[in-house]
Design a protein around this ligand. Sequence first.
Ligand SMILES: [Zn+2]
Length: 116
Amino acid sequence: MAGGNAIRGSRVGAGPMGEAERGEAAPRVVVSYWCSNGHETTPSFAQEPGLSVPETWDCPRCGLPAGQDQANPPAPPRAEPYKTHLAYVKERRSSEEGEVILDEALDTLRQRGLIQ
Ligand SMILES: [Zn+2]
């Protein structure tokens, strides 16, 4: 015989509008980042005095740095030196030995979290 509790849950001020105006946390801003592989990432950041949105963000899909300019994403780090080194290795060694060295290089990158 509980007849008086039906009104609960519909009180003014308990809705999402009221919570938003209270500002229980710092306001957040959502920023879009694009990596050179075309992945879009939209992390959100707390807007606090003295804190600014970072210029680049690591893409969670491929690990490359992502920038806020979709048409001009940041270049992958170490790409050029790595290619140059690999070409140098291929020149000097047989392809079989080169593959072993390539595997070692990939392992190093995996350990650094640069590739998956
Ligand atoms: Zn990516």
